[in-house]
Design a protein around this ligand. Structure first.
Ligand code: 3Y8
Ligand code: NAP
Length: 243
């Protein structure tokens, strides 16, 4: 019996979900439950963790999952590790739908750091106006550099804020270059901090930074487990048909 599990939460996962739904393929879309109102999907959806790799293995067995596509964000490394472990354990075909990392272009002023702690360390020094566009989950880490004035962009209104001087914009992407340029000009942004997410949904701020001649602190992706990696939805549909 065919039943696909899509580990979602990204633009690419949503494009895959639409294609799979249009084909009438039996599939379930999975969210972690990070935000209050995740985008509705054209597939039956589930929200919340599985309970580690063993929880995912149990879910695969209990729900007769025949294929898994890991279309999570490049920084969702724990989910990707669990998917690789659970699929190996249950003998379930697994493929990742990934998007290439961004590369600095002509005119970009990037400083690359390997991870979030290195980004925090790189913010030592005199007060700046910083567009901290890394979301909510790692804000605590940046409390080590309270001297800056931060512009934060969050999906949901925050309950607590660990940074003494910050301005919050509640907005989920995908974003536009004009919108991000106006946002940064209004804030008087002097530095942008960004994850190297790749894809199109978060790219606008980098195009705006280039236009404004602003420096970017770019956080490289975490390492990913060994797995089949596909770059487009047609490749995924072809993989599903032959694996
Ligand atoms: C819950 C599900 C679509 C998909 C939208 C993409 C694009 C817009 C850009 C900035 C950067 C950031 C953040 C971001 C982007 C897309 C895509 C992408 C970055 C949603 C979504 C969920 C999440 C989780 C959320 C994280 C946060 C990260 C905001 C849906 C909207 C910063 C990553 O408050 C929280 O807990 C937020 C947590 C993980 C990172 C963090 O550490 O805070 N995404 N984002 C998913 C789940 O529950 O399983 O509602 O659609 C999805 C999208 N976010 O087609 O509309 O595909 O990348 N998401 C980053 O890249 O740096 C914003 O502001 O410039
Ligand atoms: P993570 O750190 O890799 O995963 C932490 C735990 O969250 C996982 O072990 C799993 O819990 C649960 N989880 C993560 N993704 C899940 C999914 N799609 N379905 C069910 N459970 C999931 O993940 P994250 O970075 O917090 O990302 C969470 C979600 O936000 C993912 O859907 C991801 O695609 C999306 N997202 C993340 C980012 C980002 O910057 N990290 C950006 C855009 C979108 P259990 O161990 O209990 O199974």
């Amino acid at each position: 019996m065919f039943h696909l599990l899509i580990l979602g939460g990204t633009t690419e996962a949503n494009i895959l979900a639409k294609a799979v739904s249009d084909q009438g393929v039996a599939a379930t879309y999975s969210y972690a439950g990070r935000v209050d109102n995740p985008r509705p999907q054209p597939l039956p959806s589930r929200v919340g963790g599985f309970g580690g790799a063993e929880g995912l293995a149990r879910y695969i067995r209990d729900h007769g999952i025949s294929h898994v596509v890991d279309a999570t964000h490049p920084f969702a490394a724990q989910m990707s590790r669990n998917a690789a472990t659970a699929c190996a354990e249950t003998g379930t075909p697994l493929a990742a739908l990934t998007r290439p990392a961004w590369d600095a272009q002509e005119g970009d002023r990037w400083r690359r750091v390997p991870d979030i702690p290195a980004a925090v360390a790189a913010l030592s020094g005199a007060r700046k106006r910083i567009f901290l566009a890394v979301g909510r989950m790692h804000l605590e880490d940046f409390a080590a550099q309270p001297q800056h004035h931060y512009l934060l962009r969050l999906v949901d209104a925050p309950t607590t804020l660990p940074l003494p001087e910050c301005e919050v914009v509640v907005s989920r992407g995908p974003f536009t270059v004009d919108g991000d340029r106006a946002l940064m000009e209004r804030h008087g942004t002097q530095l942008i901090v960004s994850k190297n997410a790749g894809g199109t949904g978060a790219l606008a701020k980098l195009d705006a930074a280039r236009a404004l001649g602003l420096p970017v602190l770019m956080i490289d992706r975490p390492a990913m487990p060994e797995r089949v990696e596909l770059a487009t939805v047609p490749e995924v549909l072809d993989w599903l048909a032959h694996s």
